[in-house]
Design a protein around this ligand. Structure first.
Ligand code: ADP
Length: 267
C-alpha cells in the first residue's frame, strides 16, 4: 500500500505542447507526517503531568493550615515538576537527533570512558536497589562520534536495566571488540519484554506497561533516543528478551580506524 506524493506543475509550450513537471514529494510528506505525529504525541504526553502540577498547586493552597499536608503536596509537586523537566529535556534531545541524519564533527571517542561514565551515573540507582552493576570485556575500542551522546545512549540502557529489574539481581555491561565493530551489550535479569512488543520498544512514547512506567517516571523516550544516537553513528541496536528472565540490549558501532589518523571519519 505504498503511496507516492507528487507535486505537479503544468506549463504551456507554444500552441501544441504542454510541459508537465512532476516532483516526487513522498519523502518530505513523510517527514511532515512524522513531525505532525510527534507534536500530537507530545501534547498528549504533557497533558497528564501539567494537569497534576495544577491540581497539586490548588491542593497546596487549600491545605495551607495543615503543615503535614502542605509538606506532602509540596513533595509531590517537586516530583511532578522534575518529571516534566525530564520529559521536556528528552523531547528536545530527540527532536535534535531526528533532525540530523549524521554527526557533523565527529571526535575520536574512547569507549572505555563512555562505559565508565554511564556506569558511574547509574551507580546510586543500582545501589539503592541492591543491584550489582558490573562492566567488563574488551578494552581500548574507539569510535568516531559524539562522546556525550554515546554516554547518554549507554546510560539510558543501564537506567532501564535497573528500572525494570527487582533487587538483588545483576546488570552487566559487556564490550566486544572485533572485525571493525564495537559491541556494547547491557544485560539484566529483570521483568523482560513480551515477544510481540519487542519491535515496538524503540518507538517514541511506547511503554510495555504504561502504569508501571508512569509509576517509575519513564517517558517512553529513552530507547527512541538510544536508537537515534546509534543510527547517527552508523550503528544499529538489537534486543533479546525473555519475560521473567531478563533482557539484553546490544549496540553495534563501527570502530574507528586503528591507525590513529582520521581516515574514514564521517565529516
Ligand atoms: P521508559 O521511559 O518508559 O523506560 P524507554 O523508551 O526507555 O521508555 O523504554 C520503552 C519501554 O520498553 C519501557 O516502558 C519498558 O516497558 C520497556 N523496556 C525498556 N528497557 C527494558 C528492560 N531492560 N527490561 C524490560 N523492559 C524494558
Amino acid at each position: 500500500d505504498a503511496q507516492i506524493y507528487l507535486s505537479v506543475r503544468v506549463a504551456r509550450l507554444g500552441a501544441r505542447y504542454i510541459l508537465l513537471l512532476a516532483e516526487d514529494r513522498t519523502e518530505s510528506y513523510r517527514l511532515d507526517e512524522v513531525r505532525r505525529d510527534f507534536v500530537a504525541n507530545i501534547s498528549h504526553e504533557l497533558k497528564t503531568p501539567i494537569g497534576a502540577v495544577g491540581l497539586l498547586a490548588e491542593a497546596l493552597e487549600s491545605a495551607s493550615d495543615d503543615p503535614v499536608q502542605v509538606r506532602r503536596f509540596a513533595k509531590r509537586l517537586t516530583t511532578e515538576s522534575e518529571r516534566l523537566a525530564r520529559i521536556t529535556q528528552e523531547i528536545i534531545e530527540l527532536s535534535r537527533l531526528q533532525a540530523a541524519d549524521a554527526l557533523h564533527n565527529p571526535d575520536l571517542v574512547d569507549i572505555d570512558h563512555v562505559i565508565a561514565s554511564a556506569i558511574d551515573q547509574n551507580r546510586v540507582a543500582a545501589d539503592a536497589q541492591a543491584i550489582q552493576l558490573v562492566g567488563g570485556g574488551d578494552k581500548g575500542a574507539t569510535v568516531y562520534g559524539d562522546e556525550s551522546l554515546l554516554i547518554t545512549a549507554v546510560h539510558n540502557l543501564i537506567a532501564n536495566a535497573i528500572q525494570y529489574s527487582s533487587g538483588n539481581s545483576r546488570v552487566g555491561v559487556g564490550v566486544t571488540n572485533r572485525d571493525g565493530t564495537v559491541e556494547i551489550a547491557v544485560t539484566d535479569q529483570g521483568v523482560g519484554i513480551p515477544e510481540d512488543e519487542l519491535d515496538r520498544v524503540f518507538e517514541r512514547f511506547f511503554r510495555v506497561d504504561p502504569a508501571r512506567s508512569r509509576h517509575t517516571g519513564g517517558s517512553g523516550l529513552g530507547l527512541s533516543i538510544v536508537k537515534h544516537v546509534v543510527q547517527n553513528h552508523g550503528g544499529d541496536i538489537r534486543v533479546w528478551s525473555q519475560p521473567g528472565y531478563g533482557s539484553t540490549f546490544t549496540i553495534r558501532l563501527p570502530q574507528a580506524a586503528q591507525t590513529g589518523t582520521r581516515v574514514g571519519a564521517q565529516k
